[in-house]
Design a protein around this ligand. Structure first.
Ligand SMILES: [Zn+2]
Length: 95
């Protein structure tokens, strides 16, 4: 499917700051960080810890989430069914 950058050469340059760069909004390759405004109903989300993909068309068996449930409509306590990562650890898959 999509190509994943497992080692990102860019991140090296930001090490000095310790915090992520501000201002360069779109640069941060679709990190979700709780910002529902960048999600559409069909947006697939990928866990950045274990790469589990939440597909809204399929829902989530583990949490008994019905098919066609947008990511932003998942319950607040929802977490990654594979690694238990928090919702805001998911990244938008842009494709
Ligand atoms: Zn995960």
């Amino acid at each position: 499917m999509t190509s994943k950058n497992t080692n990102e050469p860019l991140s090296k340059g930001y090490r000095e700051n310790d915090t992520k760069p501000t201002g360069s909004s779109k640069r941060f390759e679709g990190s979700y960080l709780g910002d529902n405004s960048q999600l559409s109903n069909q947006t697939k989300m990928e866990c950045k810890i274990c790469w589990h993909v939440y597909n809204p068309e399929l829902g989530d068996d583990y949490w008994q989430v019905e098919p066609n449930t947008p990511f932003r409509d998942l319950p607040p306590e929802w977490s990654c069914p594979v690694c238990d990562g928090a919702k805001d650890q998911f990244m938008v898959i842009q494709d």
